[in-house]
Design a protein around this ligand. Structure first.
Ligand SMILES: *Cc1c(COP(=O)(O)O)cnc(C)c1O
Length: 428
């Protein structure tokens, strides 16, 4: 049954160059539908492509003349060619900041860049993945957009649904940061707090999908997960294009479910395959908070399987105790010669302040995790500071104010007089 539908799917322009869903475990192929698990072996499905063939220079020019958002990469994504004309938040093409001050502080000599995804429409990287899932939902005729979220995804789904005219109903753990809760609610969709961890929320959503209640619902990170994941490839494309169509030597990426990290690797491999960048070795590093570090624990122990943990960290956007893509992250870190490392909450806070102090970028806790892990990787000799390094900041510090509020207070509070200012010892 699958084989016949696959043949027709390859001519279906609603998914652009995508040709099928394929199982990452057994390679079985399925039509482009709202499917996420292989019917043969239950492995996760991912989007397979007939990528454009021909002259890389022509493709590069076509991309460069596209819009300043992720749709410039439409020829490499499972979206229709006219995607840019549809109502969408048009995320992406965020800044790649050359971070010379931070490089000096950390001893990076080969060039250090921050890929700053706080500049997306809802101030986190999640707008990228939601944009692709939303196009799939539109094509499938789904009417309610939903997700299980560690915080940022809920806001991204709420906003994208509002703009595109979908109903939304999103689910979060009940104890998220105020900034995340407000961002998830303000766009007017349904927001449900679940008494439990993210992993409980996710299990609940899987039940909803199997129930008649869930008919017509697109859970961006569950039944639309193969499409959702592809949005993260755009980070790889942008980093390389912004470096002048070159691969960096090292990339430091935060891990929640691990989807983003695995798809950045997929994007880099596509660019090599297409001849858009020259092939050379690159190392992928994963970053976790110690209070939720199932993947780094497995990496350090040399295990292939990831044992679930109960999260307890201020880095709530990364607090997934049972990460779906954990084993694939381990493969990629080992294959590329990278590593997976973790930092304490105290180191997360220090790193947020270090990045703010050196580069004027205020990151959410996930950005504190990547910058803190970068520091630890250099100090422990796991990352070569002579290599060109890109570190991701995936969210905005205004969403996690509590992390730094206690230690970020006015230097002094004084009467409005010069005497008082002098008395405070701040006259220079
Ligand atoms: C969701 C999220 C990530 C990464 O999530 P994955 O599930 O690993 O793809 C990273 N940073 C922030 C801020 C996020 O919200």
């Amino acid at each position: 049954m699958a084989a016949q539908t696959v043949a027709s799917a390859s001519t279906d322009s609603a998914f652009g160059p995508a040709s099928a869903l394929s199982c990452r475990e057994c390679g079985e192929r399925f039509p482009l539908e709202p499917l996420f698990a292989c019917e043969a072996c239950f492995g996760p499905l991912e989007v397979a492509y007939d990528l454009p063939s021909g002259d890389p220079e022509t493709l590069r020019k076509r991309i460069e003349s596209g819009p300043n958002n992720i749709w410039r990469y439409a020829p490499l994504l499972p979206v229709p060619a006219d995607v840019a004309s549809k109502p969408n938040l048009n995320p992406g093409f965020t800044k790649l900041v050359k971070a010379d001050n931070l490089a000096r502080e950390l001893g990076v000599t080969g060039g250090l860049h921050i890929k700053d995804d706080s500049g997306n429409p809802t101030h986190s990287f999640k707008d990228r993945v939601v944009a692709i899932a939303l196009e799939a939902a539109r094509t499938f005729g789904l009417t309610t957009l939903s997700c299980s979220s560690t915080g940022n995804l809920a806001g991204a789904v709420g906003a994208a649904a509002a703009r595109a005219g979908f109903r939304s109903c999103v689910f979060i753990p009940h104890d998220l940061e105020e900034g995340k809760v407000v961002m998830a609610a303000v766009y007017g969709g349904e927001l449900v707090g679940i008494e439990g961890t993210y992993d409980d929320v996710n299990r609940f959503c899987s039940e909803l999908i199997g129930d008649p209640i869930g008919e017509g619902w697109g859970f961006v990170n569950v039944n639309l997960r193969p499409y959702y994941g592809e949005g993260s490839k755009t980070l790889a494309y942008e980093i390389c294009e912004q470096l002048g169509w070159r691969l960096p030597d090292n990339i430091v990426i935060p891990i929640a479910s691990g989807s983003q990290l695995t798809k950045i690797d997929k994007g880099l491999r596509e660019l090599i395959e297409l001849g858009l960048v020259e092939e050379k070795p690159y190392r992928i590093y994963g970053a976790q908070a110690e209070g939720c570090s199932p993947v780094s624990t497995a990496f350090k122990a040399g295990h292939d399987v990831v044992r679930p943990q109960k999260p307890n960290t201020i880095a709530k956007s990364l607090a997934i105790g049972n990460p779906a893509d954990g084993p694939y992250v381990l493969d990629i870190a080992r294959r590329t010669g990278g590593a997976v490392e973790d930092v304490t909450d105290e180191q997360v806070v220090d790193a947020i302040k270090l990045l703010a102090r050196t580069e004027g970028i205020f990151a959410e806790t996930a950005g504190g995790v990547t910058v803190g892990v970068l520091r630890k990787l250099i100090e422990s000799g796991q990352l070569d500071p002579a290599g060109e390094t890109v570190v991701l900041n995936t969210g905005d510090g205004l969403k996690t104010l509590d992390a730094v509020a206690p230690t970020s207070r006015p230097t002094a509070t004084i009467r409005p007089s010069l005497d008082a200012f002098r008395a405070a010892g701040l006259a220079g």
